[in-house]
Structure formats: structure tokens, C-alpha cells
Design a protein around this ligand. Structure first.
Ligand code: RB5
Length: 159
């Protein structure tokens, strides 16, 4: 798989090892930064990784910040993203099977390296089941579409 990865300065405490792990699993990995532990802002990397996934350049994305919370919220603002923030493998796996998540986020202040690897591996190996879940995932997309249409008509009304 082609995996896009990114994170802020706190995520950088885990990201290099996660990249190595992903490569060992046989994935192609693109690191969107940050590349140092100098303070920066997680939305920058969330946006880059999210856009690279929704435009089809990468199959899936992995995002790391201190908690995984900020960076997953930011990624979920990009249309077509279904990012899960989780700190254990069960939710990671189910988020693929039931919710067709395309981005995984976690926090370097929350999980240690070995748990993070377990989460990543479960998430990447689980398949979306579709079926009864498909309708719900479509309903999520409908909320997104409706929001965009409302925004468009508000812009037109303001003109
Ligand atoms: C940075 O201090 C921290 O707020 C960030 O890494 C993340 O945890 C935000 O959700």
C-alpha cells in the first residue's frame, strides 16, 4: 500500500519508528513532515496527508500528534476523509470494518511504540465490510455534501 504519514513536533517522537515499521511491513511511505521536534502546528500536516489520500495519490494516511485528537479533527475537515483517533487496536480494526476509515490518528503522549505498532497493523490489515455499514457511511457523506451545498448557497446569498 502507499501510505502518507505526517505529524507535529510531538508526533515526531514516534513517527520515525512508525515509518520504519510500515516499511518493514512492505508499504511505500511518504513522510509529509514535520521532520524535527521544533514546535509547529498539527493542522498543516493533517491537511497535506488528508488531501493526498482523498485525491488518490496515497491509499491511506497515518497522523500523529500529542493525543491524536487535534490532528484527526483537522483531517476530518477535508471532504472525503474519515479519520479515526484511537489508542487501542480494537477500535482501529472496527473503524476499518464498519466505518471505512481512510486515516488513522494516535497520540505519542498516549500510546507507546509497541502499542502504536499493534494499532497500525490491525488498522491496515482490516477490510471494510460494506453491507449494512455502507448505508451509514453513505449517510456520513450525505451530511458532508449537504454542508457543502449549504455553504455554497450562503456564499451566493452574501454576494
Ligand atoms: C501540542 O502541544 C499538542 O497540543 C498537539 O500535539 C496535540 O496533542 C493536539 O491535539
Amino acid at each position: 500500500m502507499k501510505i502518507a504519514i505526517g505529524g507535529d513536533h510531538v508526533g515526531q517522537l514516534l513517527k520515525p519508528e512508525i515509518i520504519e515499521f510500515l516499511k518493514k511491513l512492505g508499504h511505500e511511505v511518504k513522510d509529509f513532515g514535520t521532520y524535527t521536534t521544533e514546535r509547529t502546528d498539527y493542522p498543516i500536516y493533517a491537511k497535506q496527508v488528508a488531501e493526498s489520500v482523498v485525491n488518490g495519490e496515497y491509499d491511506k494516511g497515518v497522523l500523529i500528534c500529542g493525543t491524536g485528537v487535534g490532528i484527526s479533527i483537522a483531517a476530518n475537515k477535508v471532504k472525503g476523509v474519515r479519520a479515526v483517533c484511537c489508542s487501542e487496536p480494537y477500535s482501529a480494526k472496527l473503524s476499518r470494518q464498519h466505518n471505512d476509515t481512510n486515516i488513522l490518528a494516535f497520540g505519542s503522549r498516549v500510546v507507546g511504540l509497541e502499542l502504536a505498532k499493534m494499532i497500525v497493523e490491525e488498522w491496515l490489515s482490516a477490510e471494510y465490510e460494506g453491507g449494512r455499514h455502507a448505508k451509514r457511511v453513505e449517510m456520513i457523506s450525505e451530511i458532508e455534501e449537504k454542508q457543502n451545498l449549504d455553504n455554497d448557497s450562503n456564499i451566493k446569498l452574501n454576494c
